[in-house]
Design a protein around this ligand. Structure first.
Ligand SMILES: [Zn+2]
Length: 229
């Protein structure tokens, strides 16, 4: 994998005891890669990511893995805030929901797989900690969104995924909240969290409703997260 160095001034040091153990996947939500690179390296914006992967599969490195890129903003996973401290942020060029959301081309996905290969060889990152931005910030974010190819990642053994329509399960809102919170989600706004969950794990079923299909999938992902059978 060829990495194009494209340093951003927007980073600082990770906290002293921080261990990198998560990957956060984003889309740029900007019309093109040129604009995104300008944005992510503009000192006035105070945002960045470790990597950007464009539609053709070119990989740009903006911030070194050891340093703390500014991609996650306010969010949490499994009760831990300050996500920038313990994660690697990867931006994928895509106009996003703001500028005409598009499929992620194969070349881009394959480059992402290669990049994840490199990152997970270097850092100890478990599959249930390869996440979308909307997973860690369900009230604020939609990226990488329902068109992101989680199944392709799962075919390469990255991330959690359940393919077929599995078990149906009627869960109460509080039961769903319990399991979603155990999986890692912030459940301050349970409805936002259900949509975020569907965006990742039931992208064809983005209803925002806690129905038996969604309840069943929540349980399946809960079991996968903790390796239960
Ligand atoms: Zn994002």
């Amino acid at each position: 994998m060829t990495v194009i160095e494209y340093p951003s001034p927007n980073y600082n040091q990770r906290s002293q005891n921080a261990v990198v153990d998560a990957v956060i996947i984003h889309y740029t939500d900007l019309p093109n890669t040129e604009t995104a690179l300008a944005y992510l390296t503009d000192p006035e914006r105070e945002v960045s990511s470790h990597y950007l992967v464009d539609e053709a599969g070119q990989v740009f490195r903006l911030v070194k893995d050891e340093d703390r890129a500014w991609h996650a903003g306010v969010g949490s996973w499994q009760g831990k805030e300050n996500v920038n401290d313990y994660s690697i942020g990867i931006e994928l060029s895509n106009p996003g929901h703001s500028h005409g959301y598009q499929n992620f081309p194969q070349a881009q996905m394959i480059a992402l797989v290669d990049l994840l290969e490199t990152i997970t060889n270097k850092h100890d990152i478990l599959n249930h900690r390869i996440l979308g931005h909307s997973d860690i910030a369900p009230m604020r974010k939609k990226d990488p969104g329902e068109l992101f190819d989680w199944p392709l990642l799962a075919n390469h053994d990255f991330g959690l995924w359940v393919g077929s329509f599995g078990t149906m399960k009627d869960l109460s809102l509080s039961e769903a909240g319990h399991y979603l919170s155990e999986i890692g989600y912030d459940i301050c706004d349970i409805h936002a969290t259900i949509i975020a969950f569907q965006r990742h794990f039931l992208p064809q079923h983005l209803t925002g409703k806690l129905d038996p299909v969604t309840g069943g999938r929540i349980l399946e992902i809960y079991h996968k997260t903790f390796d239960l059978t």
